[in-house]
Design a protein around this ligand. Structure first.
Ligand code: FAD
Length: 441
């Protein structure tokens, strides 16, 4: 029986999977390019605590997390504000990224997972069409199953042969280029402590400014790469409406990437499974991926356990593919069509959408359970629908864009649902071609 599992990259889902597998007697080693001390970013994250429970973990000690603040969405023209009002029961938790890693790694180490830090992975090793190992900077390592938890720029996924049908690269408008830093707090902020602005100054992207106790958290995200000069220019403009942003970066201050796209079409090959950002498991319109990778870790663990012969072939791992799409992927994929709509809207369109109530504060209250459009729209009242329809018919340009999205969304939902339930290479390759075609900009 195949028992040796290599987790390539210390992504959240990979470590959580390692913990669950080691508990069940598998021999698990995580290879991570950072040292233990430099792993994880120097900032906080917000995620659904149910992710931890799905991965068979408890919450950390109460002093390690707090509840997320509700956000205030501001239209591009700054004419309107929509204030979220999340049910406290559904609020996500906010934790230091390094504390999340401490939590996951301590579970994994206690269960017997070995960690090899400071070890750069260069490429997958294939024998025929099977992934049998990883090439690292210090030599080759072989295992019965290689789990790709290397993130969006994974050196495994990007180097898999095309005939496996696993998309190697992200396409335009499928990732956010992000700059994030914590600045010293120049003054106190009384209201709208967590402001999110879409299409600010007509730029295709998002800015957030969150006033925290000790600092002001600023995130600038765009669909195109940008440089420090553009960061400085944007900061100057942000400081005009957000005097709490000081002049000194006290934490973070780096460029990173977030997948904002549909999940990877094929998650598995013989000897290989992708999880977390390497499989694009973030919620496409908000970029949250921690809880989904933790939830996916349990689904992959179940598929591995169900494979009693330890074959870890695409055929046996297909259970993970099906369970992931059933539980999460089928909801996430259509949200990529909503993201595409955002890339096509003019700032004036978005102001109109907010001002006329086509999108209201309830719609923007995206909580921990909002991992599908159904979950976001489920609570909509008839009165709201009338207001939305009224707003739409009065603006044919916006209506046209929303109708286009509706059509794309319907097709994406239908194609995703038609995923083969049993692994058959020809059928799977045919399906993934259709799936990928649903999300073209
Ligand atoms: C600015 C920013 C803010 C975010 N905020 C949130 C948030 O609030 N909530 C949320 O849920 N999500 C958030 N996300 C997304 C979240 O980080 C990811 O979706 C989540 O961490 C899952 O990704 P991952 O763990 O699979 O990959 P990653 O976090 O990218 O981890 C991959 C790991 O693999 C390692 N690795 C990569 N390449 C190699 C290599 N060649 N060799 C060895 N090791 C390698 C990396 O060092 C890293 O440890 C944010 C992302 C960014 C960039």
């Amino acid at each position: 029986m195949g028992n040796t599992i290599i987790i390539a990259g210390g992504g959240h889902g990979g470590i959580a999977l390692g913990y669950q597998l080691a508990k069940r007697g598998y021999d698990v080693t995580v290879y991570e390019k950072h040292t233990r001390e430099t792993m994880g970013y120097d900032w906080t994250d917000i995620f659904d605590k149910k992710g931890l429970f799905a991965a068979e973990m408890e919450l950390p000690a109460p002093d390690k997390f707090c509840l997320k603040q509700d956000m205030t969405f501001i239209g591009p023209g700054e004419t309107i504000k929509l204030q979220q009002h999340t049910d406290p029961e559904k609020l996500e938790i906010q934790m230091e990224r390094k504390a999340i890693y401490d939590h996951l790694i301590s579970y994994a180490e206690n269960a017997g997972v070995r960690f090899v830090f400071d070890c750069e992975i260069e490429a997958p090793i294939l024998l025929g069409s099977r992934v049998v190992g990883i090439q690292t900077a210090v030599g080759a390592v072989y295992g019965d199953l290689i789990v790709d938890a290397c993130g969006i720029r994974s050196p495994l996924r990007t180097k898999l042969p095309a005939y496996l049908g696993i998309q190697n690269e992200v396409q335009p408008f499928e990732q956010f280029y992000v700059y994030r830093a914590f600045f010293n707090k120049a003054c106190e902020t009384k209201e709208d402590k967590f402001k999110v602005q879409l299409l600010r100054e007509g730029k295709l992207g998002i800015c957030w400014v969150a006033a925290e106790e000790e600092h002001t958290d600023v995130l600038i995200g765009r669909f195109e790469p940008f440089d420090l000069a553009e960061v400085d220019r944007t900061l100057q403009s942000l400081r005009r409406d957000n005097p709490a942003i000081g002049d000194t970066v006290v934490r973070g201050g780096q460029f990173v990437h977030i997948p904002v796209r549909q999940p990877l079409g094929i998650l598995v090959a013989d000897g290989y499974a992708a999880i977390g950002d390497s499989a694009f498991m973030t919620v496409p319109i908000i970029g949250s991926g921690i809880a989904n990778s933790l939830k996916a870790s349990h689904l992959l663990c179940e598929a591995i356990e169900a494979d009693k012969d330890g074959a870890f072939s695409a055929y046996t791992l297909w259970k993970y593919q099906c369970d992931f799409f059933k539980e999460l992927g089928a909801g996430l994929a259509p949200l990529a069509c909503v993201k595409l709509l955002l890339t096509r809207l003019e700032p004036s369109d978005l102001d109109y959408i907010f001002e006329t109530g086509i999108l209201n504060a309830d719609d923007m209250t995206i909580d921990a359970d909002s991992t599908s459009l159904g979950a976001i729209l489920g609570g909509m009242k008839m009165e709201d629908l009338k207001i939305k329809a009224g707003g739409l018919v009065k603006n044919p340009a916006v209506l046209k864009k929303i109708l286009r999205m509706g059509k794309e969304l319907g097709v994406a939902t239908a194609v995703t649902a038609a995923m083969p339930k049993v692994y058959d290479p020809e059928k799977v390759l045919r399906w993934v071609k259709n799936y990928n075609a649903c999300f073209k900009h």
